[in-house]
Structure formats: C-alpha cells, structure tokens
Design a protein around this ligand. Structure first.
Ligand code: NAP
Length: 285
C-alpha cells in the first residue's frame, strides 16, 4: 500500500515558514508583502479560489487587495487596473483569476502584468526564464509538485519522469522543473501512441489531464511516486483526480490524494512567490 503524501500538512509547514519570514521582513524593512487578486465575473469556482487566496494572505501576514469586476467589464478597463497595480508600490504580486470572460483576451491580460509582479509566472518573460533555468518565479502548481516529490525523500536526478498533459500552466513547466532537477523526462498527451507503456516506465509519474481516474493500476510501475494534479468530478459528482486512487494506491510507493494533495501546495507556492517579489524590491533599492 502506497504512502499518502499529505499536501495539506506540507502546505501548512511551508505557509508557517513564510509567516515567520514575513514577520522578520516587516520588522527589518517595514515592507509588508502585498498580493492583488483580480476576479472578473462571478464564476463560482473562481470565487472560491479568490476567497482561499485572500485567506492564505491574511494567515501569513500579507496585505491582500481584492478587485471584483462585473463579467461585462471591457478589456480596456481591466488593462487600466493592471497598469495601476503595476505602479502601486504596496502591491508586489498581481494575480488575475482565470478563466476570463470570452470578450477579454487572456494573452493580452497576462502580457500586461509586470513580469516582476507576475506571481503566477504566466508572462512570456517568466516562461522564457523557466526554460533557461534562471527564474524569479516558479509556476505555482509545478513548484508545489516539486515540493511534494521532495517530501518523499525521492531524488529526481537520474529518475525516469513521465508527465501526462502538456498545458502551458501545468504540464510544460512541470517537465522543465523535472528536467532542471536532472530527471529523464517524457511528456505524454492525447496523441501519445501507447500511454500505458510510457507510464509503466515512470519512477515519478505526474498526471495533469483533467480526465477523471484515467490512470489505473495497470499503468503504474510498482513503487512509483504518483502525483495527481487533476481536479475532476466522478460519476457521482464527487471531487476526484486524474488517477484512480483506490487501485493505484495498491501499486505506487507514494501517492497524492485529491483533495488534499497538490491543491493546497499551489496556494503555498503563490504565497512564496509573493514573498520573494516583495523581498526582491528591497534588493532593487
Ligand atoms: P488542460 O489545459 O485541459 O490540458 C490537459 C492536457 O491533458 C492536454 O495536454 C491534453 O493533451 C492532455 N490529455 C487530455 N486527455 C488525455 C488523454 N486521454 N491521454 C493523454 N493526455 C490527455 O488542463 P490543465 O489546465 O493542465 O489541468 C489539468 C488538470 O489539473 C485539471 O483537472 C485541472 O483542474 C487541474 N489543475 C489543478 C491545479 C491544482 O492546483 N490542483 C492547478 C491547475 C490545474 P492535448 O494537449 O493533446 O490535448
């Protein structure tokens, strides 16, 4: 039976460390890290994400600035708000909650955020830096996954790593982080010819497809570290991952649950990026 990787506990430990670092930063420099979160529209899931981010900010001692705009907000109004936030010294990180309403171009919005305040690491400048390994910000979900792998004591170097899913926000940066850690990385996607064969070779398997329970026990190598990024609904509407936890946990060495695995780490890494952005402003002065 696999060891369960407790994302909640690991996330709590990371946030406790950030809380202590923040208190020290404030007492030494007077700078309080600030995160601005912008929500356009009233998507229920996005509202919950924004609420959780605000709560996490308060818990670690950050300032949080929340902007809720109506769904019909013109793109130019959102761009003007981002421009103001880019110049606001109390704001060190800017996060525009995705997805945006259809009339707003996501790419234009992402590119309007100053790369120095881009705590999601979605701006092309930061994406490029991730490619070269010379990064200021790590994308939150893949960075959280790396922490979870580290918590198992598994050394990535030299390991066969398989990432299923190639999105810009999870799969691609995930593969780069594993590569920077000297893993031998294979990326799989919907056109991969023999997914089972590829997955069976993985010492470390990271799955981010959005397909409920698609990875089954017969696709996993005995003792593998299995990280499930998916946040899906099963046939009964219950939250589940991309990995069939019940069967795979009998084969894997380590496995993340859903919920309580990758999700809590994503927020912890967002706090880490905001703290780093605030600290960097001191170095720039
Ligand atoms: P996405 O943009 O929809 O990308 C899904 C990827 O999976 C695509 O690359 C797709 O391949 C691949 N894929 C789909 N079906 C496949 C199949 N049958 N076999 C192999 N590959 C397949 O999704 P995403 O944004 O990366 O998110 C993935 C999941 O992670 C979702 O459940 C999302 O909710 C979750 N998520 C969780 C967090 C968190 O904090 N826990 C954060 C972000 C995302 P193609 O490119 O060929 O289409």
């Amino acid at each position: 039976m696999a060891n369960i990787i407790d994302g909640k506990a690991i996330s709590a430990a990371v946030r406790e460390r950030i809380k202590n670092d923040t208190a020290r930063l404030i007492s030494r420099s007077g700078v309080t890290p600030g995160l601005a979160v912008v929500l356009v529209g009233d998507d229920p899931a996005s509202k919950i994400y924004v609420r959780n981010k605000k709560k996490a900010c308060e818990e670690v001692g950050f300032k949080s600035f929340e902007y809720v705009l109506p769904a019909e907000t013109p793109e130019i109004v959102l761009l003007e708000l981002i421009d103001t936030l880019n110049r606001e010294p109390d704001v060190h990180g800017i996060l525009v909650q995705l997805p945006l309403p259809e009339h707003i171009d996501e790419k234009t919005v992402i590119e309007a955020i100053s790369p120095k305040k881009d705590v999601d690491a979605f701006h092309p400048v930061n994406v490029g830096k991730i490619m070269t390994g010379d990064y200021d910000f790590l994308p939150c979900t893949p960075a959280g996954v790396m922490e979870l792998i580290k918590s198992t004591g598994t050394e990535v170097s030299g390991k066969k790593c398989v990432v299923v899913g190639r999105s810009n926000i999870v799969g691609k940066p995930m593969a780069m982080l594993l590569l920077h850690a000297n893993g031998t990385v294979t990326m799989c996607h919907s056109r991969t010819k023999d997914l089972k064969k590829e997955c069976l070779e993985a010492d470390i398997l990271v799955v981010a497809t959005g397909r409920a329970k698609m990875i089954t026990a017969d696709m996993v190598k005995e003792g593998a570290v299995v990280i499930d990024v998916g946040m899906d609904r099963d046939e009964n509407g219950k939250l589940c991952g991309d990995v069939d936890f019940k069967s795979v946990s009998k084969v894997a060495g380590y496995i993340t649950p859903v919920p309580g695995g990758v999700g809590p780490m994503t927020i912890a890494m967002l706090m880490q990026n905001t703290y780093n952005a605030a600290k960097k402003t001191l170095m720039a002065n």
